[in-house]
Design a protein around this ligand. Sequence first.
Ligand SMILES: [Mg+2]
Length: 146
Amino acid sequence: MTGKNSHPDQDARMDQLHRYKLETVHGVKQDVVFNSYPEWITVQENLSTDDYVKKIVGWHHDRNLIDGSTDKDQFAKLIQEAGELSDNICKGEDVSDDIGDMIVVLLNIAERNKLSLADCLSKAWDDIKDRKGRMVDGIFIKETDL
Ligand SMILES: [Mg+2]
């Protein structure tokens, strides 16, 4: 509750909550109204990889990043994200965000080309599953390239 008997900080927090919007998997936005400040609320999303892919692809569509962008634009973005990954690898910092960002951009390119993540991974797996080769200085060199 807010009002003349409530703490100003609580009023400010309630004001933030009144403007809270949720977005569904399909990008539908809806207002969420709280009647009291949810002190103990925890939002835990146990999403599968498929759930994340659907959300991310929907996110790209919502922001016109599929029809309104190009593979070339997104490739430039991908290399930007690769640079961030390189930076964090070199600094010994966490790389989870960078890997995620690169996958987000790759999903954009895949969606524009009517490919699913499974399509792409399946092709890649078929290519590598029986590959033979040798480790040279930390890099796997294909038998045919040795
Ligand atoms: Mg990034």
